[in-house]
Design a protein around this ligand. Structure first.
Ligand SMILES: Nc1ncnc2c1ncn2[C@@H]1O[C@H](COP(=O)(O)OP(=O)(O)OP(=O)(O)O)[C@@H](O)[C@H]1O
Ligand SMILES: [Mg+2]
Length: 381
C-alpha cells in the first residue's frame, strides 16, 4: 500500500523541491514508512509519504512481522519511493528499540573530555556484549531546578549523587548499523543520521510539556512503552505483544485466514457491525481485547511504578504505532487506563492541504517514527 501526495500538492502549486527535502525512514517489523518534508520559513511542509507492507517481500501476509535480508528491504524501499513519488534521497533512518540498549548512568561530574574517556568504561557495566562491538552515544541529563536528583526524586541524596550526574546512554550493535548501511546503499539513499525509534516517536507524538507523559507504540510484533518528562525519555519497556497477535487471535477464534482477520481488524476494529451476528461481533471484540488487555495492564503497571518511584502522577497516555489506528481503541483505552488518553497525530507538526487532514489523522499513528525522524533534521536539533 502506498499513498502519494505529489499529485495533489502540485495541483495546489506546492510542487516538490528536491533541494531541501528531507526523508524520515522507519523500517518496522511489518511495514516500512517514509515521509518527505521540506522546511519553509520555519515550518515543516509535508511533500509526500508512503507505506509498504514488508510481509509480501518474505512470502508472508500483509501485517505480519518478517525478518528480511537487507537487499529485500532495500527493494521494498525503492518500491515505496517510486509509488509515493519520493524525490528526496537523503535523511534519517530509525533504529528499532529492540536492536538498541538505552540506560541511564550515574557518573561523577566531569568535563566533556573526561566523560568521553569515562563513559565507555562505565558502559561495560550496562552492556552485556563487548563495548568494541557497539556504537555508543550519550548526553548529560540536565538537572531539574531546585531538585536534588532528577531521576530519583524520592530517594535521599547520597554523597555520590550529590557530586554525580546522570547520563542517558544509548548503544547500537555495529552489525545492526552495518545492515542499515547496506540497505541505504542498495536503495540509493544517503543517510545523514540514525536515531533510535523511541526518540523519533516522542518528537512527533508529544508536545512541549514538562509533565510526565507515557507513550505507547503499538507495533506489529512488539509494543514499546516510554515515559517522557521535560522532553527526556526517563523509562522504556518492550512488550512482546502487538497488532499481529490481535490478528492471530481473531483468525483462530473465527476460523479465518490471517489475511481476512487482518482486513476485518483494520476496517471495523472494536465496533459492532450488521455484517456479523451478535455472537460473531462478541467473538471479534474479545479476540482483539485479549491482546489489548495484556498491553493495557502493562501500561497501568508502568504508570503506577513510575508514579510511586518518583512521586509524580503521569496523567496522559499517547497511543502511537499502526495498532493505535484500531477503530474504537480510544474508548476502550479510556476505560482501561488510569490516565487521560490521546491518539498520536504526528502529521499535525507538518503543513498539508486541509482536505487531507482526516486521512492524515487516521493513518498518522503508524507514521509517528517516520515523521519524528524527519522533524529532527528540520528542527536542526
Ligand atoms: N487501521 C488499523 N487498525 C488496526 N490495526 C492496524 C491498523 N493499521 C495497521 N494496524 C496494525 O498495526 C500493526 C503495525 O503497526 P506498525 O506499522 O506501527 O508496526 P511496525 O513498525 O511494522 O512494527 P514494530 O514497531 O513492531 O517494528 C500491524 O499489526 C497492523 O495490523
Ligand atoms: Mg514501528
Amino acid at each position: 500500500m502506498a499513498f502519494s501526495l505529489s499529485g495533489v500538492l502540485k495541483s495546489l502549486g506546492l510542487g516538490q523541491s528536491q533541494e531541501g527535502s528531507i526523508l524520515g525512514i522507519d523500517i518496522g517489523a511489518s511495514s516500512a514508512k517514509i515521509v518527505q518534508l521540506r522546511s519553509s520559513k520555519g515550518a515543516a511542509i509535508l511533500e509526500t509519504y508512503g507505506e509498504i507492507a514488508l510481509g509480501p517481500y518474505g512470502q508472508q501476509a500483509i501485517g505480519k512481522a518478517v525478518k528480511l535480508a537487507p537487499e529485500k528491504i532495500a527493494e521494498a524501499l525503492v518500491d515505496v519511493m517510486r509509488e509515493a513519488n519520493v524525490t528526496g534521497r537523503s535523511g534519517g533512518l530509525s533504529i528499532p528499540f529492540s536492536s538498541s540498549l538505552v540506560s541511564v548512568l550515574d557518573v561523577p561530574r566531569a568535563e566533556p573530555d573526561q566523560l568521553k574517556r569515562m563513559i565507555p568504561i562505565e558502559a561495560r557495566k550496562y552492556i552485556p556484549i563487548p563495548v568494541s562491538e557497539v556504537t555508543l552515544d550519550w548526553f548529560v541529563i540536565p538537572r531539574e531546578e531546585g531538585e536534588q536528583s532528577a531521576f530519583d526524586r524520592v530517594q535521599k541524596e547520597t554523597p555520590l549523587q550529590a557530586k554525580g550526574q546522570e547520563v542517558l546512554l544509548v548503544a547500537i550493535h555495529n552489525e545492526t548499523l552495518k545492515n542499515y548501511q547496506t540497505i541505504a546503499t542498495n536503495a540509493g539513499l544517503k543517510i545523514n543520521f540514525y536515531e533510535i525509534e523511541i526518540f523519533s516517536a516522542v518528537r512527533s507524538s508529544v508536545g512541549h510539556g514538562i509533565a510526565p507523559i507515557l507513550v505507547v507504540d503499538l507495533g506489529a510484533a512488539t509494543t514499546k512503552i516510554y515515559i517522557v518528562e521535560r522532553g527526556i525519555v526517563r523509562s522504556s519497556h518492550l512488550l512482546s505483544a502487538g497488532g499481529q497477535h490481535m490478528t492471530e487471535n481473531l483468525a483462530r477464534s473465527l476460523g479465518w485466514e490471517f489475511e481476512k482477520a487482518e482486513r476485518v481488524k483494520r476496517e471495523r476494529g472494536l465496533a459492532n457491525t450488521n455484517a456479523y451476528s451478535p455472537d460473531e461481533n462478541d467473538k471479534i471484540k474479545s479476540a482483539l481485547l485479549s491482546t489489548l488487555s495484556r498491553i493495557f495492564s502493562e501500561v497501568n503497571r508502568v504508570l503506577l511504578s513510575y508514579g510511586q518511584r518518583y512521586n509524580k502522577n503521569v496523567s496522559r497516555v499517547v497511543l502511537a504505532g499502526g495498532g493505535a489506528s484500531l477503530p474504537g481503541l480510544k474508548e476502550v483505552a479510556h476505560e482501561s487506563l488510569s490516565a487521560e488518553v490521546e491518539i498520536a497525530n504526528p502529521f499535525s507538526h507538518a503543513e498539508a492541504p486541509a482536505f487531507l487532514e482526516e486521512v492524515l489523522r487516521e493513518i498518522g499513528p503508524g507514521f509517528a517514527v517516520a515523521v519524528g525522524i524527519a522533524l529532527r533534521k528540520l528542527k536542526g536539533s
